[in-house]
Design a protein around this ligand. Structure first.
Ligand SMILES: [Zn+2]
Length: 48
């Protein structure tokens, strides 16, 4: 029983990771890809 539960969790985690949409914003200054909700570039600190 416990084995089945742990396997199910692993499968669910894998699916959520692959299906999760990732939106990135490219910095105009340095070209660094930052997460959509980022206000400043992680590389150079410029406003996105
Ligand atoms: Zn930048």
């Amino acid at each position: 029983m416990t084995r089945e539960i742990s396997q199910g969790r692993k499968l669910n985690l894998g699916q959520s990771n692959s299906a999760e949409p990732v939106v990135m914003i490219r910095c105009r200054e340095c070209g660094k890809l930052n997460e959509e909700d980022s206000r400043f570039c992680q590389e150079c600190g410029k406003n996105l």
